[in-house]
Design a protein. Structure first.
Length: 396
C-alpha cells in the first residue's frame, strides 16, 4: 500500500482532525451496539441497519451533518469488515479506538478518484469537506479506488492508496539463502553477511530518557506536557522509520538476488509475551524478560518476513528452527556444546569454526528439519541425500 506524506494547511489539518473524530465516534458507537448483544436477545444491528440509523441521526444532529457522510459511513463499513475478519479467524476482535492513537479515516468510491499530479515532486487530492490537499510525490501514483488518511503520534499526516504492488521477479539463478534472525545481529545470511537494524543513536536515546522524565513531572493537561509528548513521539517515529526503511531495503535486495528465501518459523507473539505472571503465581526475571522482548521487537523480525512474503511471493519457505543453532553446518553434529557463546560456534566433533549466526543461517538454507533426522540423544545425525541439499550462493 503506497504511502505519501500529506502537507495540509493549519485550517485543513483542523478539518482532517474533525473527520478523524467523526470516524472514531461512528466506529465506537457501532462497536458498542454490537457488544451489547447477549444470548436470547435479537441480533445486533449490522452494517445495513447502522447505515440507516446514521442517515436518520444526520437529520437530527447538526454536528454530524456538518461532517462527511462518506467518512462516517465508511467507518461503519470498516467495522463490519473487521467483525467478518474476526469470525473468519484471520484477525482479532475489534477494539475501541482512542483519541491520539487511532487518528484516520478512509475514502472510497468516486471521491477517491480525485487525485492529480501537479509536478515532479507534488500531487494533490480532493478530500470531501476539506478541499485540495497537497502531498509529496515520493513515487509514482498507483491506480487505486480508495485511500486512507492518517495522523501519527508525531502529528504527521499521511495518505495511503489501497493498491497492491506487483512482486519482484525471481532472478532465475537457482540460489537459495537462509536468514537467521537474532537480537545482537538482526539478520544473518547463509552467504556470511551480518545485517543490523538501525535504531536511535546514543545521543538520541539520552534525549528520549530526558524527555520521558520531563513528561512524568509535567502536570496533566498542561501545554508543556503536550509539547513533551510530541517531542517523544517524534523520536519514536524516527526510530520506527529507520526500522521500516531498513526492512524495505533488505527485503528488496533479497528478493532480487535469490530464488528461494528460507527463514525460521518463529512464533514472535509467543516469544515476546510478558513474564509477569499472576498475583498467585508471579513470574521470575520479569525485568530481564521485558528487556529481551524490547530487543526482539526492535529488530523488525515480523516486518522482515511480511515484506518478503509481499515482494518474493511464493518464494519464501519457513523452516523448523529446532537445533539450527546447535547443529554443525559442516558435519551435521548436534550438541549444545557446539555453541560456545553468542557469536562463536565450534563443533566438538569436527572442530569446524564459524560465526554462530551464520552457521545457523546455513542450516536454515539447508532446511535442517527436512534434510537431517536427529536421534533421541541429540548427539549424532543421519545425513540426508544429496538431492535435498540446495544450491547456496557464494560470497561476493
Amino acid at each position: 500500500m503506497p504511502r505519501y506524506r500529506l502537507a495540509p494547511t493549519p485550517a485543513q489539518a483542523s478539518r482532517l482532525l474533525e473527520h478523524c473524530r467523526h470516524a472514531r465516534y461512528m466506529w465506537n458507537l457501532g462497536l458498542e451496539q454490537r457488544l451489547m448483544w447477549r444470548p436470547g436477545r435479537p441480533p445486533s444491528p449490522g452494517y445495513g441497519a447502522q447505515s440507516a440509523q446514521l442517515t436518520e441521526a444526520r437529520v437530527h444532529e447538526p454536528w454530524l451533518r456538518a461532517g462527511s457522510q462518506t467518512v462516517q459511513q465508511q467507518a461503519l463499513r470498516d467495522l463490519d469488515q473487521a467483525w467478518r475478519n474476526f469470525y473468519n479467524g484471520s484477525h482479532g476482535r475489534p477494539t475501541w479506538r482512542r483519541e491520539g492513537v487511532h487518528e484516520g479515516f478512509r475514502i472510497v468510491g468516486p471521491a477517491a478518484q480525485r487525485v492529480e499530479k501537479l509536478n515532479r515532486k507534488w500531487g494533490r487530492v480532493l478530500v470531501p469537506k476539506v478541499g485540495w490537499v497537497k502531498f509529496r510525490l515520493s513515487r509514482g501514483l498507483p491506480d487505486a479506488k480508495s485511500y486512507r488518511v492518517t495522523c501519527d503520534r508525531a502529528a504527521r499526516w499521511h495518505i495511503a492508496f489501497a493498491a497492491i504492488p506487483e512482486p519482484i521477479r525471481a532472478p532465475g539463478n537457482g540460489a537459495v539463502v537462509g536468514v537467521d534472525r537474532g537480537v545482537t545481529v538482526s539478520a544473518a545470511l547463509s552467504t556470511g553477511e551480518l545485517l543490523s537494524c538501525p535504531g536511535l543513536s546514543a545521543q538520541e536515546q539520552g534525549r528520549t530518557k530526558h524527555l520521558q522524565r520531563k513528561f512524568a513531572r509535567a502536570k496533566r493537561g498542561s501545554n508543556r506536557r503536550a509539547r513533551t509528548r510530541i517531542a517523544i513521539a517524534r523520536l519514536k517515529v524516527r526510530e520506527s522509520d529507520r526500522r521500516k526503511n531498513w526492512a524495505e531495503q533488505i527485503t528488496t535486495d533479497l528478493a532480487r538476488r535469490f530464488d528461494v528465501i528460507r527463514v525460521e518459523d518463529l512464533r514472535i507473539r509467543n516469544m515476546t509475551k510478558s513474564a509477569r505472571g499472576t498475583r498467585g503465581l508471579p513470574g521470575r526475571n520479569v525485568r530481564q524478560k521485558a528487556g529481551l522482548n524490547r530487543g526482539i521487537l526492535a529488530q523488525a523480525w515480523g516486518l522482515l518476513v511480511r515484506r518478503l512474503d509481499h515482494k518474493a511471493r511464493g518464494r519464501v519457505e519457513r523452516v523448523n528452527p529446532a537445533y539450527t543453532s546447535q547443529a554443525c553446518s559442516a558435519c551435521g553434529h548436534v550438541a549444545p556444546e557446539n555453541r560456545e557463546s553468542q557469536a562463536v560456534f565450534r563443533c566438538v566433533a569436527c572442530r569446524h569454526e564459524a560465526n554462530a549466526d551464520v552457521n545457523a543461517a546455513v542450516n536454515i538454507a539447508n532446511d535442517l528439519a527436512a534434510g537431517r533426522a536427529v536421534n533421541a540423544r541429540r548427539e549424532t545425525v543421519v545425513q540426508a541425500s544429496e538431492k535435498r541439499e540446495p544450491q547456496l550462493a557464494t560470497i561476493t
